[in-house]
Design a protein around this ligand. Structure first.
Ligand code: ADP
Ligand code: MG
Length: 238
């Protein structure tokens, strides 16, 4: 049996005295799209940050490719094939679109720069059009695309995304989810944190529901979409 690509096992995480994660266990297998849904404040961002070791789990372990990375320094985790697209994008607003894309090579160096930049401009034609524009002048949707492109430039095997649809208009959200599907089809494994349960569960192979720092439910995307508790709490009861 091969180990999951990412496995979180019995993790507790604290901010000072405040416990944000309680005995969280989940896994992501190679080639899967897995989503974690939950309300604002549930602990979704904390979980992604715990995978990157900041804050660190006080109890439990995080495994990547079967190796315990619970205590590996955050900057080293990025060089092992995990990329993070953080909440709120965190692009560099004063740098150009192209410069932001180049920044994504930091974990791996520039050996593949030309080919990979070309591939990003094919995946995101809008970014190509705006390559010399300062990133801070892009729309929210374009900034999200840029954040995804920058993450892909590090040639990650696993991409962690924190609420990529947050604050975007419905049409742009649809486009973001199409892009994630294309990224998955290109061979990447995706772990997606979302409040937008409807889109996320339609895209995902499997999902987890987090409530108050605990995993409440898990199942296939289709199972969770039809689960009465999920429908009531996250899909407006329809
Ligand atoms: N830096 C922090 N310091 C203290 N508490 C925090 C911090 N970040 C998040 N929290 C708390 O941890 C809990 C989970 O937050 P978070 O992981 O951001 O949730 P989500 O991403 O699901 O909205 C919340 O109660 C939040 O107030
Ligand atoms: Mg969050």
């Amino acid at each position: 049996m091969t180990a999951p690509l990412l496995e979180v096992r019995g993790v507790d995480t604290y901010y000072g005295p405040v416990q944000a994660l309680r005995q969280v266990s989940l896994h992501v297998d190679r080639g899967e799209i897995v989503t974690l849904i939950g309300a604002n404040g549930a602990g979704k961002t904390t979980l992604l940050m715990t995978v990157f070791g900041s804050p660190r789990a006080t109890v439990g372990e995080v495994y990547y490719r079967g190796e315990d990375i619970t205590r590996v320094p955050t900057h080293q985790i990025a060089t092992r094939g995990i990329a993070q697209v953080p909440e709120g994008r965190h692009i560099f607003p004063a740098m150009t679109v192209e410069e932001n894309i180049v920044m994504g090579t930091i974990p791996i160096g520039q050996a593949h720069l030309d080919a990979d930049r070309q591939a990003m401009f094919e995946l995101f034609p809008r970014l190509k059009e705006r390559r010399n524009q300062r990133a801070g002048t892009l729309s929210g949707g374009e900034q999200q695309m840029l954040a995804i492109a920058r993450a892909l430039m590090g040639r990650p095997e696993l991409i962690l995304l924190d609420e990529p649809s947050l604050g975007l208009a419905p049409l742009i959200v649809k486009r973001i989810f199409e892009v994630l599907k294309e990224v998955a089809q290109s061979g990447k494994t995706i772990f997606l944190v979302e409040q937008n349960a409807n889109h996320a569960l339609r895209l995902a192979d499997r999902g987890y529901v987090m409530v108050n720092g605990e995993i409440r439910l898990e199942g296939s995307g289709a199972e969770l979409l039809s689960n009465p508790e999920v429908r009531e709490a996250y899909l407006g009861g329809h």
